[in-house]
Ligand binder design. Sequence first.
Ligand code: PGA
Length: 247
Amino acid sequence: MLIVANWKAYVEDIAKAKKLFAVSKRLANTTRSTLVIAPPAPLLGALAVNNKSKVAFSAQDISATTGGALTGEVTAQAYATVGATYAIVGHSECRAAGDTDTIIAEKLSRALAHDLTPILCVGEHERDGEGRYLSFVREEITAALSILTPKERARVIVAYEPLWAIGKTAANAIGPNDLAEMVLYIRKVLAELLPGKSSSRSLVLYGGSVEPTNIRDLAASSSIDGFLIGHASVDPVTFPLLVKNLA
Ligand code: PGA
């Protein structure tokens, strides 16, 4: 399983960042899951340089550009140079702040150009009775992968994160059956967009109110490959519990 801890802007000081990193390093030595942490940019820089642990680092977002006179932008290359190997792209909080399908497609290209494995976030705003949420997710994936070569498409991880389930509690997360349906659907969409049988190796993650109480059921009832975890990943007690409950 791949577990990605999205620290968002919950972590704002280096002491807490170091503590959470230490917790993850210990966990990484005892779990079969792969642990990836996504700290805010300056904290990622401080922790990832000279990282010799099994914990990998992800950008929470990257610039769609190749750098230049762009105050405040952090490029894929800047993340890669301090040791990040993944990049979250198209998170709903970044989409809400202005990321369009075109920008997201460019960000995927930038990530891949610098060997950051992109974690593409998709997910509907709400569920409807007619299954429109399925075509919504299909369109997001199709638009994001549109400018990539077939080989590049095969390197993208898809994180299904329905907006209605983000930042709540386990009781508000998706149910196991609905998740199983969506994971199969995403695999079908990927099979159509990727060459040959390459989509059989594509990883699909779930994110949205994953907590120690629901992670096991969600994993057991679907063919999910891992989780993208927000609020439950920044508590030094909850996060290890979550990883242990999955095992
Ligand atoms: P959450 O966030 O676990 O706090 O719901 C998940 C995410 O937005 O990636």
